[in-house]
Design a protein around this ligand. Structure first.
Ligand code: GGG
Length: 365
């Protein structure tokens, strides 16, 4: 008799719509496990961290939280940010505390165009579009280096430094990751993004490392594009893109642009990976806590569910990941759309439609 493979997952719904979409993603994964004939199962442990926890304790997470998380197979995260906590405190206190300390240095953010979802790009109707943003997730503009001084001199005299960090090792590992990813795709191409004409130290180092690493991948096409030109290219020539590798801040902005072009930020999935697997990796929708719609049951669960598919890939359950993606496409293609993508369905309707498509799928795993 074969044994069930059980994956232990820490879930951290955190703030706002994070709670609704994490719950939706968990239901989809449990339905998938339930139809796996005992092949695999998920063992969930939920942590109550986030802005409500902060209101009670003055901290975004337990000070021993990283210790509590470190032995899980993965972390499934919702969203962070609420009005009772300054944004930089909530972000650094929870999400960045985890990504930085668990060295989740590769953040992948696929841009996927779904059937039934209208893109603001006219050419999306007739052109096959599909690319992935690879975000350097451990340094760059998010290194957290700097400080504020001189406020003692009185009003108007304070200064602040926010220093971006680019290390040769940090650049090289994310570029190799991007090239390896490109080799798995139909279009084998990596576009490197900087602003190295204006930022002449860190980003020139980035360009030099990119050119050096590219020599090891002669089968992969390359280009180096400035971030302003790349934003225009996302809109005007997106069919030219396959893997886009960029620094922490640039990739964050570009991936939001990409998901808006695909129809909504609510659709975008992401994986914060520690590729060496020394620490658990973390899977989360790209969107934030969306206070304007939180608690109304109308948030789009697709970003979180597609992130769960990325988690399945991380576990080596590739067929199952494709099944979840196919179920998402079946749901959107049959008109199960939340308001952000022009429909009237609520979170529950879309989640149920995805579960139904999953469990009806003939290719049961
Ligand atoms: N689920 C993603 C999330 O909660 N993001 C909040 C946020 O503000 N992130 C900033 C960043 O990733 O740069």
């Amino acid at each position: 008799m074969s044994t069930t493979q059980t994956f232990s997952i820490a879930s951290i719904p955190a703030d706002g719509v994070g709670k609704e979409v994490v719950s939706a993603g968990r239901r989809v994964l449990d339905a998938l496990a339930g139809s796996s004939n005992g092949k695999f199962a998920f063992d969930w442990t939920e942590f109550p961290w986030g802005s409500e926890y902060y209101a009670k304790t003055g901290l975004m997470m337990d000070p021993k939280g990283l210790e509590a998380l470190k032995d899980f197979d993965a972390i499934y995260f919702g969203a962070v940010g609420w009005e009772n906590v300054p944004d930089h405190v909530s972000l650094w206190g929870l999400r960045l505390n985890i990504t930085q300390n668990f060295d989740q240095w590769a953040n992948i953010r696929p841009v996927k165009f779904l059937p039934g979802v209208q893109s603001p790009l006219r050419k999306a109707d007739t052109t096959e579009l599909d690319w992935v943003v690879v975000r350097e997730n451990s340094e760059g503009e998010y290194a957290g280096l700097g400080g504020r001084n001189l406020s003692g001199r009185g009003p108007g005299n304070e200064v602040a430094l926010q220093t971006a960090l680019f290390t040769e090792k940090g650049c090289e590992r994310i570029m190799r990751f991007a090239f390896e990813l490109a080799r798995t795709r139909t279009v084998k191409k990596v576009s490197s993004v900087t602003k190295s004409n204006a930022q002449q130290y860190g980003m020139v180092l980035w360009d030099e490392v990119f050119n050096r690493v590219a020599l090891d991948y002669p089968d992969v096409q390359t280009e180096s594009v400035l971030v302003d030109a790349m934003s225009a290219k996302f809109i005007l020539k997106p069919e030219d893109l396959s893997v886009v590798v960029a620094s922490n801040l640039n990739a964050d902005i570009l991936s939001d642009l990409g998901s808006a072009l695909a129809g909504s930020l609510g659709l975008a999935a992401s994986a914060n990976l520690n590729p060496e697997r020394r620490f658990p990796s973390m899977f989360e929708p790209v969107h934030g806590s969306a206070p304007d719609i939180a608690g109304k049951g109308i948030s789009n669960p697709i970003g979180a569910i597609a992130s769960a598919a990325l988690m399945l890939d991380h576990f080596g359950l590739h067929e199952e990941a494709r099944k979840v993606e196919a179920a998402i496409e079946a749901a959107t293609g049959s008109g199960h759309l939340t308001r952000d993508v022009g429909g009237e369905a609520n979170t529950e309707d879309v989640t149920e439609a995805i579960i139904k498509a999953l469990t009806l799928s003939p290719a049961t795993v």
